[in-house]
Write a protein that binds this ligand. Structure first.
Ligand code: GDP
Length: 393
């Protein structure tokens, strides 16, 4: 699938930057990339997106002036609407004939991405006929009530304005060991690996084409279920024989549907890899039984593929999620150093973290209102004299 990737806000920009950096394996996932932000400093920190593709919005708004929107999604949405012409100008450079779909990446706990991402999605829906997908990042619990409130308010709009919203939950992926920025660097790498394994399936890099090859229309069909989606992923070592061939005979492989030459059973290997993926940590933890559709992509050297393994993995997943809408295919990558399985689960409705964020958001909203009322009273008490003896100027 060939994407026009649009990073919105700080998290969106950094993840788009990593996606561009990962476009080095002969397959161009990002046909076009642009990043919009209200904060000049965040745009300056990007490493791989060229200067001309970093667009500062909200510059003429007195509340932002290039310094961000202070985690206010309403202001983020407002400046995005106001800078519509600026955004359209940046999109003019896009080779739309080469693009299968849009991917808007945004952190939902802040202001620019959380408010502006939805405005952009609506704009793209009105201007183009290609599907518009979102990659939304949920905040972690230690970011506090404001981030949850922003995410809870952005989530319904982002979901309805896109054709499918892929979720990544920072809470599920944080560890106590690294600093916030180190944590983000690590999670962004994990996220990009999964997005790439899934969405670049079917893009040719000169590898031999397989019979069960997955392509963009399969991915589109699975995402067409809409709602929110999550991704599972696992990888395993190559067989010693494949490794040897990769080293010496990379270009002279056989088709690889049978047992691998050292006697390992490729069908069992593929099947257990897919099971392991589905049981591992999802980009956003969810009850997989609530998924409407699923798609399995097994990627690696074709010697390691097994039609039988793929078929039994597909049947197993059909039973696990109780849906007949499960597609499975492979993605030959001659030079891959592992065998991987990425599983997309779409329109999942059992997502505990979303319920938690909504609850936390309601509490945060009540606290904010109570605190504002208390503060008003305290200020009044502070600056006025108790007995009303003094006459204010
Ligand atoms: P914005 O610029 O106003 O859209 O706000 P940010 O993008 O800075 O932050 C929004 C949310 O994104 C935060 O609440 C975090 O949960 C998340 N976030 C920020 N940076 C990163 C990052 O590099 N990686 C990940 N995974 N999440 C991030």
């Amino acid at each position: 699938m060939k994407l026009a990737v649009i990073g919105f806000g700080n998290a969106g920009g950094k993840i788009a930057d990593r996606l561009v950096a990962s476009d080095t394996d002969g397959r161009s996932l990002c046909q076009f990339t642009v990043v919009f932000n209200t904060a000049r400093v965040d745009l300056a920190r990007l490493e791989h997106i060229p200067e001309e593709s970093r667009v500062l919005i909200g510059q003429t708004d007195a509340r932002s002036k290039g310094h961000g929107v202070g985690a206010d999604p309403d202001l983020g949405a407002e400046v995005t609407k106001a800078d519509g012409p600026e955004i359209e100008r940046a999109l003019d450079a896009m080779p739309i004939h080469k693009v299968d779909a849009f991917l808007i990446v945004a952190g939902l706990g802040g202001g620019t991405g959380s408010g502006g991402g939805t405005v952009l999605a609506e704009k793209l829906q009105a201007m183009y006929s290609e599907p518009v997908y979102g990659l939304g990042i949920l905040p972690s619990t230690d970011e506090g009530g404001r981030a949850s409130l922003n995410a809870a308010r952005s989530l319904p709009s982002f979901t309805t304005s896109t054709d499918g919203l892929l979720l990544f939950d920072n809470n599920a992926w944080r560890t106590g060991h690294d600093s916030v920025e180190e944590g983000y660097t690590r999670t962004n790498r994990e996220m990009v690996q999964r997005i790439r394994a899934l969405l670049s399936a079917g893009e040719q890099d000169g590898s031999q084409i397989s019979e069960n090859a997955m392509d963009a229309s399969d991915i589109r069909r699975t995402l067409a279920a809409g709602g929110v989606s999550t991704i599972a992923y696992a990888e395993t070592d190559l067989e010693p024989e494949t490794k040897r061939q990769n080293g010496f005979l990379a270009r002279f492989r056989s088709n690889g549907n049978g047992a691998s030459q050292n006697g390992a059973d490729p069908a069992t290997k593929v099947q257990s890899l897919v099971r392991r993926a589905v049981r591992s940590r999802l980009t956003c933890p969810a009850d997989i039984k609530t998924a409407e559709r699923a798609l399995v992509v097994v990627s690696g050297p074709p010697e390691e593929f097994s039609q039988k393994g793929l078929e039994s993995a597909r049947r197993w997943l059909e039973e696990e999620i109780g849906s007949v809408e499960v597609l499975a295919g492979d993605d030959p990558r001659g030079n891959a150093d592992c065998l991987s399985a990425a599983v997309l689960l779409t329109n999942v409705t059992g997502v505990p973290r979303i319920e938690e964020i909504k609850e936390y958001a309601v509490t945060a909203r009540n606290n904010i209102e109570d605190q504002a009322a208390d503060r008003e009273e305290s200020i009044e008490n502070l600056v006025t004299d108790e007995n009303d003896v003094l006459d204010p100027v």
